[in-house]
Write a protein that binds this ligand. Structure first.
Ligand SMILES: Cc1ncc(COP(=O)(O)O)c(C=O)c1O
Length: 542
């Protein structure tokens, strides 16, 4: 974008300017300008995102990239804040993706209530660092309270338990993280460390390392079991924690597309027969990323209890469903988990980026304690003692305020709308001859594909090999439809690959939709399907 040569001569980097940017606008006029632009950000940008139906401006990535090739940092200031804000509103916002559009039903990122922007601005203005009390004070205390509230939502222990732990500086019910990936990593870090109790000279895996731990415990392999729908962050965690990502063993799914319990039990039997292998954790998914399907959590809890295995539930997506009286039963068994991941920037509708991980045992996090001389000193009550992240913003303030504004009932309304809109979408898909529903929604995610009538006819009669050939043809068609729709910029669904039929291990391309925008309705869904039909039609035209 604009290079240093365009620097207006009036703008210079000197102490006067520096004072101004640190203190406040120097006169009434600049102050009014800033207030005007803040108003645009707080309301205008939000209105823009809501009214601007197209999901993104029609401009190719290549053309965009060509505009962003200036790699020199300007020495003198280029613009005043007001001009920078104006540029963002006029040049950046229209070229970003309008994830707030009700036609944007492809990913787990969507519209957020407008007050979230205000709360985020307040968090930035306060600029607290909850790593330590010295930089956060009441925000650390507030964080402990909200952690206890969500812990209660999951585990629902007695009042006396929460009174004991809510502000207990020796115990932690959970921690905020940067997202689901780091929440899963934290949970598995704790699970790994619990596997290796002291033995002889060996003190802990955290201190002595992976090799010493395996040697002291006479082990050669440490594994994690999860259905093949497990999020890839689990494999990252296994890589970072030293297990190796090939030791996240994917268990097949059954006809309901949740973890196949028979196959899981058989795998556990096989693995435990080898005394050199230890199962570090079993992960149950509460809302699989691609399908939204929830694993049978109570049954997984039974298996983990029987074999004394850490039971982690990845509820990054589905966790807030617990706020809905109508649908919370879908997560039955989550209260028996040892640890639970929940993302704030998913169904808590918070701005990017924030996640959380909870532990049933308030002492579980003791195995990942770290101290430093200048902060988080031994004996201090700094929250950063038991977190993967160092410096952290006070996201707890946003969640706490949002719950005050919405109440659990407000959240339940949004979550129920998502699930019911997904069910409505499934009905519409089933009614249309050109569409095939691949995974029906258990929560608010579903997948489907378009199948031209001539291919449909053939599919009914062919053998497995011929079916795979036709599927390959359908894959190409569906990839094209998704791309063309995305590039047209009016609406958006994503795509992935999933098994179509239980007896066929082969994956097919499916279109994936995630219903979380409360403004998405039946009429909009019809428009999205009409557009896809029209694209299919255009593909067969010469
Ligand atoms: C089930 C599940 N777990 C973990 C994650 C990772 O979360 P994040 O992207 O916040 O790191 C996701 C993200 O989509 C998810 O769906």
């Amino acid at each position: 974008m604009t290079g240093a040569k365009d620097t207006p001569s009036s703008l210079v980097a000197d102490w006067n300017t520096l004072h101004r940017v640190f203190i406040r606008p120097e006169d009434e006029k600049s102050r009014n300008t800033l207030v005007k632009y803040m108003e645009q950000i707080l309301f205008g940008l939000h209105d823009f995102l809501n009214n601007h139906v197209g999901v993104t401006e029609e401009i190719s990535l290549i053309r965009l990239a060509e505009e962003y090739t200036d790699t020199k940092i300007n020495a003198e200031p280029l613009k005043k804040l007001a001009d920078v804000i104006k540029d963002i509103i006029e040049e950046i916002a229209p070229r970003a993706v309008n994830v707030a559009s009700p036609y944007f039903i492809g990913h787990m990122t969507s519209a957020i209530p407008f007050f979230m922007v205000h709360l985020k601005a307040i968090t930035a203005a306060l600029n607290q660092n909850v790593i330590k009390l010295e930089t956060s004070k009441v925000l650390s205390i507030l964080e402990k309270q909200i952690l206890a509230k969500i812990h209660r939502m999951i585990f629902n222990f007695q009042e006396s338990f929460y009174l004991e732990h809510v502000q207990n500086t020796d115990t932690s019910l959970g921690v905020f993280t940067s997202g689901g990936t780091t929440a899963n990593l934290t949970a598995l870090w704790v699970a790994r460390n619990h596997c290796f109790q002291p033995r002889g000279d060996f003190e802990s895996i955290e201190k002595n390392g992976f090799h010493a731990a395996m040697k002291a415990h006479d082990l050669e392999r440490l594994v994690i079991l999860v259905s093949k729908r497990g999020h890839y962050s689990l494999r990252k965690a296994a890589g970072i924690l030293g297990l190796g990502n090939q030791n996240v063993i994917p268990i097949d799914v059954d006809a309901k597309r949740s973890i196949d319990l028979k196959k899981l039990k058989a795998k556990i039997k096989y693995l435990t027969a080898d005394k050199k292998t230890k199962i570090m954790a079993v992960v149950g998914i509460a809302g699989a990323t691609e399908t939204g399907v929830i694993d049978p959590l109570s049954k997984l809890a039974d298996i983990c209890e029987q074999h004394n295995i850490h039971f982690h539930v990845d509820a990054a997506w589905g966790g807030p469903v617990l706020l809905s009286e109508k649908y919370s039963k879908l997560l039955k068994g989550i209260e028996r988990a040892d640890s639970v991941t929940i993302d704030c920037h998913k169904q808590f509708y918070m701005p990017m980026s924030s996640g959380m991980v909870y532990f049933k045992d308030p002492k579980a996090l003791d195995t990942i304690v770290y101290h430093a001389r200048y902060v988080i000193r031994p004996g201090s009550v700094d929250l950063g003692i038991k977190t993967l992240e160092g410096s952290r913003e006070a996201n707890s303030l946003i969640l706490d305020s949002a719950l005050k504004i919405m109440g659990s009932k407000g959240y339940a309304l949004m979550i129920e709308h998502g699930i019911e809109t997904a069910k409505l979408f499934a009905k519409k898909i089933k009614k249309r001859p050109l569409f095939q529903l691949i995974t029906k929604p258990q929560l608010n995610i579903l997948t489907y594909r378009l199948v031209p009538l001539d291919i449909q006819k053939k599919l009914g009669t062919v053998d497995l090999k011929e079916r795979q050939e036709l599927d390959a043809e359908l894959d190409e068609i569906n990839i094209k439809i998704q791309r063309i729709q995305r590039e047209a910029g009016k609406s958006f669904v994503s795509r992935t690959r999933l098994r179509n039929l239980p007896d066929d291990p082969h994956n097919v391309v499916v279109l994936r939709s995630v219903m979380m925008n409360p403004m998405t309705n039946g009429h909009i869904l019809d428009e999205i399907l009409d557009e896809q039909e029209a694209i299919l039609q255009s593909l067969s035209e010469p």
